[in-house]
Write a protein that binds this ligand. Structure first.
Ligand SMILES: *Cc1c(COP(=O)(O)O)cnc(C)c1O
Length: 443
């Protein structure tokens, strides 16, 4: 392990000022893994996405240990859509994750990164026939979403003269509402079992797996226990009645990160289950339901939990104004174009140094000429200057992949490795990136 310098944080007493509001402790972050945020902005520009390899590896090892210490056959599939920057995927692949993709584009991305077909889980409601043909030839794990896909795969089986191994996606009631019932076949209505029967009757495909993904940011470990019990029940029934050998169950993703969901007032430390809670719920249910000696391989498609806390967005103050209601409004160089998830989460917002003066209620707005461009509606901040750098976290999950080239260019991305070296892993866009593929009308 690398030596880390200890840091001393000043703790302010909660005294009332003459305006009555308490002097809240300023949250300060001068560096990420030992690299100064001000230096990062100077070198790579602002705004800037920054990822910590150290945090990614810590999260991965902790989650992997929680499962592998309880269960012998564990496999992680990195959820591409959560963050498919190449170097992010590469780190998880090097640590042993296969790839979990939900589109033809993500499938191609995994292959381009050198992931073999057999190490790709192909999910999603829209899989073109051509991409299914390739996935079959390359031996990918195909998780069927609906009946049309069964037909498509049967056509491909005829065409190629092979019998194709498949899994089906199952949706179910796990006590989480609204229920995600759009994807796959329903458990309670027997639709999932009927789909398995349909596959058996067709005689061209055979089942090797069962998959479910019950939602994202799941704060209830017991939902996974219910999910696993239902998948195992279905597995036992399919094996007994249809004679398929279900080699694996895939319980999907959805483990929460230490982010603060709007509307949940307790801190993430209180409400987010531990990895041991999740692991105990899932593996305990498999042991309980397993009927023969051969334990299925357990796949996890964890995205958010592994990457969210490893991601930071550095943004600089461009100016401020006083709104008619007296509130201070800061204009930042990053907005909802880069923080799609700002609608759901109250992020940590940290200052690059200590600022003098009392905190006052402030709004953080982005640079877009759009009324909705609000990062934080009400935050107590001291008087910041033009150029003050704020670190927004955790933003590693979904924000980069959902970021938009809307009004402004998308920014650069930096990865800080385990030796505290900062690497540019994606350049910011420029006009050529935006105009790429546009066509001129010939007159
Ligand atoms: C999005 C998704 C995941 C990852 O979900 P997280 O909440 O990021 O862990 C896993 N599996 C499937 C099928 C998905 O669509």
């Amino acid at each position: 392990m690398k030596y880390e310098k200890p840091t001393i944080n000043r703790i302010d007493f909660q005294m009332s000022s003459k305006y009555g509001s308490p002097l809240k402790t300023q949250k300060i972050r001068t560096n990420i893994d030992g690299v100064k945020v001000n230096e990062l902005v100077k070198e790579f520009g602002s705004p800037l996405f920054v990822f910590s390899q150290r945090t990614m590896e810590e999260k991965y090892n902790k989650l992997h240990n929680a499962f592998s210490s309880r269960y012998p056959n564990i496999k992680f599939g990195w959820s591409y859509k959560t963050n498919y920057l190449n170097e992010i995927c590469n780190i998880f692949h090097r640590m042993g994750s296969c790839a979990e993709v939900v589109s033809e584009f993500e499938y191609e991305k995994a292959r381009a990164l050198g992931v073999e077909g057999k190490d790709i889980i192909y999910n999603g409601p829209y899989k073109s026939k051509e991409s299914l043909r390739i996935a079959v030839k390359e031996g990918a794990k195909i998780h069927i979403d609906h009946l049309f896909e069964i037909n498509d795969l049967e056509d491909i089986a005829d065409e190629l003269g092979v019998k194709i191994p498949v899994a089906i996606r199952v949706n179910m009631d796990t006590g989480i509402y609204p229920q995600w019932s759009r994807f796959g076949f329903n458990y309670e209505s027997q639709e999932a079992y009927e789909a398995a029967k349909r596959i058996k009757d067709g005689g061209k495909l055979y089942m090797t797996g069962l998959h479910s993904h019950i939602g994202t940011f799941m704060l209830d470990a017991n939902a996974y226990r219910l999910e696993t019990i239902k998948l195992m029940q279905l597995k036992n029934k399919i094996e007994q009645e249809l004679g398929f050998d279900i080699e694996y169950i895939d319980i999907g993703g959805g483990f929460a990160s230490k982010n603060r969901l709007k509307g949940i007032y307790q801190s993430p430390e209180v409400v987010v289950p531990t990895v041991d809670d999740y692991a105990e719920a899932i593996t305990g249910a498999i042991y309980e339901m397993q009927q023969n000696k051969k334990l299925p391989t357990l796949y996890l498609e964890t995205g958010r939990h592994l990457i969210d806390e490893a991601g930071f967005l550095l943004t600089s103050v461009w100016g401020y104004k006083r709104f008619p209601d007296g509130k201070k409004g800061y204009i930042l160089d990053a907005g909802v174009n880069l923080l799609y998830t700002a609608a759901w989460y109250n992020f940590n917002i940290e200052l690059d140094s200590r600022y003098d003066g009392i905190n006052e209620p402030s709004t953080l707005n982005g640079p877009l000429c759009m009324n909705i461009d609000v990062i934080e509606e009400n935050i107590m901040l001291p008087a910041l200057n033009r150029g003050s750098v704020l670190t927004i976290s955790p933003v590693g999950a979904y924000n980069y992949t959902q970021s938009m080239q809307f009004i402004r260019y998308r920014p650069a991305v930096v990865l800080i490795d385990n030796n505290s070296n900062a690497h540019l892993i994606r350049e910011g866009d420029d006009l050529s990136a935006v105009n790429y593929k546009e066509k001129k009308i010939k007159s």
